[in-house]
Design a protein around this ligand. Sequence first.
Ligand code: PLP
Length: 435
Amino acid sequence: MTETVVSYARTPLERVEPSRFWHTFSDMYSVSQGPKFVVARAEGPWLWDDNGDRYLDGTASLWYCNVGHGRTEIADAVHRQLTQLDAFTVYGDFANAPALELSERLAAHAPVADPRVILTCGGGESIETAAKLARRYWAALGRPGKTHFISRTGGYHGLHGVGTSIIGMDRFRTGFGTMVRENSVVPHDSVRALEEEILRVGPDRVAAFFAEPVIGSGGVYAVDAEYFAGVSEVCRRYGVLFVVDSVICAFARMGNWFGIERYGVRPDMIVFAKGVSSGYLPLGGVITSGAIAEPFWDRPGNPFHHGTTYAGHPTCCAAALANLDILEREDLFTVALEVESQLDAAMRTLADHPLVREVRSGTGVMAAVQLTEEALEQRGITTAEVFAEARARGVILRAIPHSLLVSPPLVITWEQIDHLVSTLRAALDAVAQRH
Ligand code: PLP
């Protein structure tokens, strides 16, 4: 993988307004030299910038706007909640109706035995929660040595302390020192590699294994149908908790509630965020099995000493409930399966492009187009250039060092998919011509 910095800066023709806003993922050297792309308005799968130009949101923002933008029923639910109970903590025995209802609704659909729901404000926070719960669970069972986490190459689990440690992409780890020492990364598609790593570290030391149903930000990598049955069995055999990170894959992006149902396994924990509220307000959480909850729920004086101020925020939960209503009423689960195959068919037409090494699509409403090594290394082409060409033509993609990613809202139509893919081809052509 070429570890180049992806630059999103626009051509610096327009007047650059000085700004103190720090885009932390980005190369601020280049971002601060160009004008910002100010998103002013959004509706369905479309965005408008502050010049009034329209763009197709080919990435559902950052993989989250599953129901599309501008849903007034979510806005109305948020307004109703804010005027009734804006916010109140869930510390101690405090609760609120939206947090209780959301937990029941998620539990009812989760492929987890006897589920319990912990609410947070996002994906990375939920990963921290799951990781700490895994260690704390083993400690409660008298096995405090089980602290090691195993994750997968290309895996992305947010950028908090644990996430920074277990991430399967080196560039996100470099320069931060050691956040969590006890972790290792195994090839994303090999059951045997996981088993060997558990044996190398020692089953008495491994707390949990983290995996996305389909690796998203790392470049859209799906696995064979048998992979998850295999890792689930290996985890059970060696007493390792199996944590599924469904932050991208849940809430209909894979045609079901949590993505992992496609593989017929029942993990010990599921981490979710993004599509739970389609990002209208920040929300995430962890669904954990009753067995993991047992030491904390069934024994007196043994709290899980963890949590955050905004956990169970009633207004965020109200947004999520309205979002789930839309998913169910419009059956976006079934719609997503149709979009998945339409997107797959359209994306595969790019495989013959001279700059393209591989198209990965067909599992969930997400796809990647990877550029050839010749394009990236010998011709010096960057995915950022393709991104910029597509955006100049009115389509928003996501660029990672070797690939362009797409993950549109689930309400995208066939014509809009066609527009997305033909624009991506035109962007590739333009970049090929320039080099
Ligand atoms: N896990 C996965 C699979 C993700 O894709 C992301 C974000 O993209 C996260 C965790 C982190 O979520 P957040 O950015 O809300 O912290």
